[in-house]
Design a protein around this ligand. Structure first.
Ligand code: NAD
Length: 355
C-alpha cells in the first residue's frame, strides 16, 4: 500500500521523537512492502518563527490532503509572550478543527515490564490494564455558551443526537477492532444530555450486535478505573467527563512518555500524537522517550490504514525492547540499561519482526 503521511515535528523534543517514529515506520514499510511518503508540515513555535503564524493555511492543507498526520509536540517558553491567537497551541486547535476530528482516543495500557511505575496496588496491576477512552472532542459544556451575569456564572451543556451518534460510532468501531466491549459513561441520573446519550448509544448498539454495550455513571467510572481497571476494553464518553477520566487513566500507567493518542473524525484521515508536550527541559539532549510517538504511529497503522499485523509488530517490538531491559531516563529503574532517544528507536527497530 502507498500512504501519504503529513509529519509535524514541532518544537522542543518534537523533532527528536518524530525521527525515531519515522525510522520505525520505514522499517515496517520495508518488511511489509508498503510505501510511506512523508510531507513535512510547519506548526507551532517553529512555524511562528518561519511564517509568523502557528499554522498557515498552506500547511494545514498539506494535512487535510494527507492520509493521516503524525505530530510530535508544539510549544515552549520562547513563545510564551506572543499574543493569544498566535500562540503555538492555537496551531493545534486550528489543525483539529481543519481536519474535522471530533474524537480523541487515548489508550491506558500498563506494560507488565513497567508495572512498578504504576501508583496502583500490584494485585490490581497484575490483573492487566489495557483499555481505550474515546472522548468527544468538540461539543458539550466546553463549547457551550459561557457568561457571567452579576454574581452568577453560566456554562451551557448541549448535545444533539447527531453529535452523540457520530462519537458513538467511533466507540463501537474501536471496540470492534479490540475485545468488543464498549462501556458508555454518562450521568443519566441527573442530566438530560446524558439521558439522550444513553438512548442514542442503545439505538446504535442494534447496528453492532457483535459489540457488548454496558452503561456506567461517571462517578462510578472514576472509582472503577482505580479499583478494577481490568474490566474495561473501550470507554466512550462526552467531552468534559472524557477530559477528566483520560487524565486519571494516563496516571495509573505510570509514564507520560509511553502513551500515544489518536484523534478521528468522519474519514480515515486521523491525527496521531503522544499525550505529552514538547518537554523543553530535556529538548536537544537525546534523552526523551520516543515510545509514545512510536506507538502513535502504530495506532495510525491500525485505525487509519487497517494494517493490524503491522501495528502488532510495532507493539510487540516495544514489548521486546522492554523485556531486554532497556529504559530511557524517565522510566529508568535499578538493574536496567539506560538508553537515549536515538538508541531507543534503533533497539525497537531491531525487535520488529514480520510474524
Ligand atoms: P510536558 O508534557 O512537555 O512535560 C512534562 C514533564 O514530563 C517534563 O518534566 C518533561 O521533561 C517530561 N516529559 C514529557 N514528555 C516526555 C518524554 N517523551 N520523555 C521523557 N520525559 C518527558 O508538559 P509541560 O512541561 O506542561 O509543557 C511543555 C510545553 O508543551 C508547553 O509549551 C505546553 O503548552 C506544550 N504542550 C503541548 C502539547 C501538544 O503539542 N499536544 C501538549 C501538552 C503541552
Amino acid at each position: 500500500m502507498v500512504k501519504n503521511i503529513a509529519v509535524i515535528r514541532g518544537d522542543g523534543i518534537g523533532p527528536e521523537i518524530v525521527n525515531e517514529a519515522l525510522k520505525v515506520l520505514d522499517k515496517v514499510a520495508e518488511l511489509y512492502g508498503h510505501t510511506f511518503n512523508y510531507t513535512d508540515v510547519d506548526m507551532g513555535g517553529c512555524a511562528i518563527d518561519k511564517h509568523g503564524d502557528p499554522l498557515p493555511e498552506s500547511e494545514l492543507n498539506k494535512c487535510v490532503k494527507s492520509d493521516s498526520v503524525l505530530l510530535g509536540a508544539v510549544g515552549g517558553n520562547k513563545w510564551n509572550d506572543v499574543p493569544g491567537n498566535m500562540r503555538p497551541e492555537k496551531g493545534l486547535l486550528r489543525l483539529r478543527a481543519g481536519m474535522g476530528v471530533y474524537s480523541n482516543n487515548r489508550p491506558a495500557k500498563i506494560w507488565p515490564q513497567l508495572a512498578d511505575a504504576s501508583p496502583l496496588k500490584k494485585s490490581i496491576v497484575d490483573e492487566g490494564i489495557d483499555f481505550i477512552i474515546v472522548r468527544e472532542l468538540i461539543g458539550g459544556i466546553y463549547f457551550g455558551e459561557h457568561k457571567t451575569v452579576d454574581d452568577t456564572a453560566i456554562d451551557v451543556l448541549t448535545y444533539s443526537e447527531a453529535e452523540i451518534e457520530r462519537i458513538g460510532r467511533i466507540g463501537f468501531e474501536t471496540a470492534r477492532k479490540r475485545n468488543k466491549k464498549l462501556c458508555s459513561v454518562e450521568k443519566s441520573n441527573v442530566l438530560d444530555s446524558s439521558r439522550l446519550w444513553r438512548k442514542v448509544m442503545h439505538l446504535l448498539a442494534k447496528e453492532y450486535p457483535d459489540v457488548e454495550l454496558s452503561d456506567m455513571l461517571v462517578d462510578n467510572c472514576a472509582m472503577q478505573i482505580v479499583k478494577n481497571p481490568a474490566q474495561f476494553d473501550v470507554i466512550v464518553t462526552e467531552n468534559m467527563f472524557g477530559d477528566i477520566l483520560s487524565d486519571e487513566a494516563s496516571m495509573i500507567t505510570g509514564s507520560i512518555g509511553m502513551i500515544p493518542s489518536s484523534s478521528l473524525g468522519a474519514t480515515t484521515c486521523g491525527l496521531y500524537e503522544p499525550i505529552h508536550g514538547s518537554a523543553p527541559d530535556i529538548a536537544g539532549k537525546d534523552v526523551a522517550n520516543p515510545v509514545g510517538t512510536i506507538l502513535s504511529a502504530a495506532m495510525m497503522l491500525r485505525y487509519s490504514f487497517d494494517m493490524n499485523e503491522e501495528a502488532d509488530a510495532i507493539e510487540n517490538a516495544v514489548s521486546g525492547y522492554l523485556d531486554a531491559g532497556y529504559r530511557t531516563a524517565d522510566i529508568m529503574s535499578e538493574g536496567m540499561t539506560l538508553v537515549g532517544c536515538k538508541q531507543c528507536g534503533d533497539l525497537i527497530i531491531n525487535h520488529i519482526k514480520k510474524e
